[in-house]
Design a protein. Structure first.
Length: 101
């Protein structure tokens, strides 16, 4: 059963790193599920039951907390009024060059 404990520990670390890299508030719930499931592995629960626990806890956490996390994780759109210029004509006062400088 030590392999299961190591498996869930590695899953927790990988999912935590994935969350830190993406900051989408999805991997963190899976990481928490892996951590909780690791405690079930310590209690010598069968591996298929550990998988079931991981899936159930993940789904519950995602359903319960995703709307709340999405509410706080919204990006603010900055109005620039650039959409008002669509379809209008403009006078170019500098040379347009396709080279990147």
């Amino acid at each position: 059963m030590i392999q299961a404990i190591i498996f869930w520990g590695i899953a927790f670390i990988v999912l935590t790193i994935a969350e830190l890299m993406t900051v989408q508030m999805v991997s963190i719930w899976l990481a928490i599920s892996a951590l909780i499931t690791m405690f079930f592995a310590i209690l010598n629960v069968e591996f298929w039951q550990q998988i079931l626990v991981f899936v159930i806890i993940s789904v519950v956490l995602l359903i319960a907390t995703r709307p709340l996390a999405k509410k706080f994780n919204t990006t603010r759109k900055v109005a620039t009024n650039a959409e008002l210029d669509i379809g209008k004509n403009a006078i170019v006062i500098e040379e347009i060059d396709s080279k990147l400088t």
